[in-house]
Ligand binder design. Structure first.
Ligand SMILES: Nc1ncnc2c1ncn2[C@@H]1O[C@H](COP(=O)(O)OP(=O)(O)O)[C@@H](O)[C@H]1O
Ligand SMILES: [Mg+2]
Length: 256
């Protein structure tokens, strides 16, 4: 199965070689280059350049973990003070709908646990985090899984489990925000995933009160702060209402 979103864009822009991918407001623009079969991120602002540098660092770390060569994925890169671009190879596969009921994505979310454990998790005090791991940033195909969009890459102390917790919580909250209600099935499946997460040596604050942890990090971190200025709605921990946050916290405390 191909990525439906990208295939639609290719179809709609049949005569264009360079197609703008409009996901949300940002300091860089993302294009699909039809002839090169690649994705290009480009910016001419200092904030955008900072993100492109992080993206590069994130991929370097992630590809090394998988024993893959960076040059096979990053096709070109140029970083100057106020201008930068990075071009990636297109990864074939499909993306799951991040706003679809969690129950529908449950199988893949569960199997992602093992992928996370193998390639991303570290039990060290200092660990690397993707920072924005939602289903929108994972490409699945039959034989592989691949994580994209490393603009919030960071190395942090005591952040064990951050990305997996963020992914599982987003899989509950994004559908909730989209449908404006929560289903019992989604919540019970979410708790199963959270139990799985608790088998890892995760920072207890993340495990017990994830919203609080995510919110304060997003509000404090410099790169997140830049993004918050232009697109607050991008971060589900900041836009989920208090009542639902408390409900999720209670569920976690009762069941885990
Ligand atoms: N290397 C890639 N292979 C396949 N699809 C990609 C790749 N890079 C980006 N995309 C597609 O472009 C979309 C936007 O890219 P992304 O890196 O997530 O930027 P952002 O979300 O910050 O705009 C992704 O959701 C995905 O559909
Ligand atoms: Mg993205």
């Amino acid at each position: 199965m191909k990525s439906f979103k990208i295939e639609m864009l290719l179809y709609k822009n049949i005569f264009k070689k360079k197609i703008l991918i409009n996901s949300h407001k940002n300091f860089y623009k993302t294009y699909f280059l039809r002839n090169n079969k690649s994705f290009l991120k480009t910016s001419n602002t200092i904030k955008g350049v900072r993100k492109i540098i992080l993206e590069k660092k994130g991929y370097q770390w992630y590809l090394k973990k998988q024993k893959k060569k960076v040059k096979n994925f990053i096709k070109s890169i140029n970083i100057k003070k106020k201008q930068a671009h990075i071009e990636f190879k297109r990864i074939e596969g499909y993306q799951l709908k991040s706003w679809a009921p969690l129950k529908l994505n449950y199988k893949k979310l569960k199997s992602f646990f093992y992928y996370y454990k193998k390639y991303l998790y570290s039990s060290n005090k200092n660990c690397c985090v993707h920072g924005d791991l939602t289903l929108d940033n994972i490409i699945f195909n039959k034989s592989n899984t691949f994580i994209i969009d490393w603009e919030f890459f960071n190395k942090k102390r005591n952040f064990r489990g951050y990305d997996l917790a963020y992914l599982y919580l987003s899989a509950l909250c994004l559908p909730y925000l989209h449908l404006k209600k929560a289903s019992k099935y989604d919540e019970s499946h979410f708790l199963k995933l959270w139990k799985l997460l608790s088998t890892l040596n995760v920072n207890n604050k993340i495990l017990r009160d994830p919203f609080n942890f995510f919110e304060s990090y997003i509000k404090k971190d410099k790169v997140f702060k830049d993004s918050l200025g232009i697109s607050k709605s991008k971060f589900f921990p900041l836009i989920t209402n208090k009542k639902y946050k408390n409900r999720v916290k209670r569920l976690i405390c009762e069941k885990i």
